[in-house]
Write a protein that binds this ligand. Structure first.
Ligand SMILES: [Cu+2]
Length: 214
């Protein structure tokens, strides 16, 4: 009796796993410029229509740190859940003075030196552009969001968003070189989840940020 119950439980677990894998979809998104060139560092987000739970439960696989190193922000683009306190360690020998004028978070970290760290809590969703008062070449972005389904494109312009629930949802894509200031949205079916290719309208080349070689 006991044995058969265990077997039944195991069967149920297996059935649930199959049902789960059928419901949860991965969405592959490729982001390009209108010229067809792939775009790295594009932020890709999915908001399921069924909701995605509290932002406090979101844990991305990358650190929530924005390092200053080699007179640059690293990473160039950082995605964090709303409410996150981000560390800003300075790993350069020179001092930096980090600031943002963005509506989602206006702040200023007055001159601080090597091996020092400051923190800022990002309490509103939105795009926060970072600069340094000392080094004009330093540009970085923090994308503050409320969905666990978020990631950046790689060098081939591609990202896979894993474990999506079924149903409908909104796919949002943003890149620093976009002409528009906010993400472009597209309705998607998360159950079928065919691969998506998004072409973005970009600023003229002369206005795009050139990341410094590390
Ligand atoms: Cu600086």
């Amino acid at each position: 009796m006991r044995h058969s119950l265990q077997t039944t439980a195991a069967t149920l677990v297996a059935a649930a796993a199959i049902a789960g894998s059928a419901a949860a979809a991965d969405l592959t998104v490729t982001v390009k410029g209108e010229d067809g060139a792939p775009l790295a560092d594009a932020v890709v987000l999915v908001h399921p229509a069924s909701g995605s739970g509290p932002a406090s439960a979101i844990h991305y696989s990358w650190p929530t740190t924005m390092t200053q190193q080699n007179i640059a922000f690293n990473p160039y683009v950082l995605i964090v859940p709303v409410g996150t306190t981000v560390g800003f360690p300075n790993k350069d020998k020179v001092r930096h003075h980090v600031y943002s004028f963005s509506a989602a978070k206006k702040f200023e970290l007055k001159l601080y030196g090597q091996q020092e760290e400051r923190t800022v809590t990002f309490d509103k969703t939105g795009i926060v552009a970072l600069g340094c008062n000392i080094h004009d070449v330093m540009i970085g972005y923090i994308y503050v969001t409320d969905t666990p389904f978020a990631a950046k494109t790689d060098a081939s312009g591609t990202v896979v968003i894993h474990g999506l629930p079924g149903g409908n949802g909104t796919l949002s894509v943003w890149h620093p070189d976009m002409r528009a200031k906010t993400a472009v949205d597209k309705s998607v079916n998360l159950s079928a989840a065919p691969p998506e290719t998004i072409a973005l309208d970009l600023k003229p080349v002369s206005q795009r940020h050139k990341k410094m070689a590390m």
